[in-house]
Write a protein that binds this ligand. Sequence first.
Ligand code: UGA
Length: 430
Amino acid sequence: MKVSIIGSGYVGLVTGACLADMQNNVTCLDIDEDKVKSLSLAQVPIFEPGLAELVKKNIDLGYLEFTSSYNNILDTDLFFICVDTPNDSTNKPNLTNLDAVCKTLSQLPIHDATIVLKSTVPLGTNNRITNFFLASGLAVDVVSNPEFLREGSAINDFMRPERIIIGSSSTKSVQKLQTLYRPFSRKSNKIISMSPASAELSKYAANSFLATKISFMNEIAEVAEKTGANMHEVRQGVGSDSRIGDQFLYAGLGYGGSCFPKDINALIHFQSDQGIKSNILQATHEQNSSMEYFFTKKLLNYFPDPSKTKLLFWGLSFKPNTDDIRESIAIKIITALAPEFLSIGVYDPKSLQNAKEEMELIPNLLYLDNKYEQIDEYDALVICTEWKEFWNPDFSRLASLKSKAVFDGRNILSRDEVEENDLLYFGIGT
Ligand code: UGA
């Protein structure tokens, strides 16, 4: 099939590359001409495992191309809109980019086309966009097909989805998308058809529920610290109940990234607009924000004179396998602690450059290329992201830390093993 992807950011690129890999003819459009030039040379500006390779392979095979001109996508009849919809300062999603795309599409000769909303959009957007196209005299179907990709495993999530939600009232468009998604749904039917309004809410509800699981376990972790219970054991005890499930029960510094915080806030904003009291979502958000203080308090309590103390931070991205630092709890903690401490050394396998740009105004930060660089200069190690390379540290090198303390914000080390190596361990409910 011929497919156009409008917006070649994270979601658009993954969608485009994966659809091209199924031998669809895919054209990805972006208004940023420099980006289009580098993407055409298979230079992918974000780190996502497997993505650059998939883009290159499909450019070489002729299934994937990039453009910044709408004239080059006129012969498709399936348009995926994948532009970003960031929240503004009042937590309302900013739809300037989405509206600009729809305005341009409405001026093109694309009658009977299917327009697929892949970006996470505010509830009611499908209805609003459908009415916009009707008013502009263009007969198109607007379908809501939310994405469920996780950064760091997006290619796998796209290729092996747990479900594909198609929100549409048009049989013709549903059939088109069923054909397109058939290769990803071979073993069992992954496609769930529903109304556009249900599709939009399913996306928000799924992300909010997962975020709530995390906040719930973080609240229990604070209780565990008072009783001597261990969250590794509690997680197994709780997660073995199939009604609860064993995923997303990891206590730690809380959730970050471009999705959970944004989606929860957007839903709370919607509730407030509609006069609905936010009980659970507001609590989830507050609990998550409190983790940063809970953890910084641990460090400040432990070091009575932070102005003489140097900290070494491992992990800056909001989760492993990505260079994304949006809403990274590590960055928030470092920003809060830097004025108190003598200096902070930071290391991350992929996001050092992004972090440098974000924290350029903080004077006492040192960006390290090696996680053990001058480790004997530091008082304590603080782990904020669970990159695989942090799971089995060289304890003989950690032994050089001046106060022998390891603060594990993701509970990846074993207390017993750390203590056997004559170090002090501080986890989150572990
Ligand atoms: C999330 C959803 O998992 C995807 O299904 C969805 O498509 C995506 O948002 C989106 O809306 O675009 P993502 O933000 O990439 O994906 O990352 P997750 O793996 O969900 O992790 C989110 C945050 O929760 C991370 O900061 C992670 O460290 C934290 N987390 C996750 C925990 O603290 N504990 C857990 O048990 C799991």
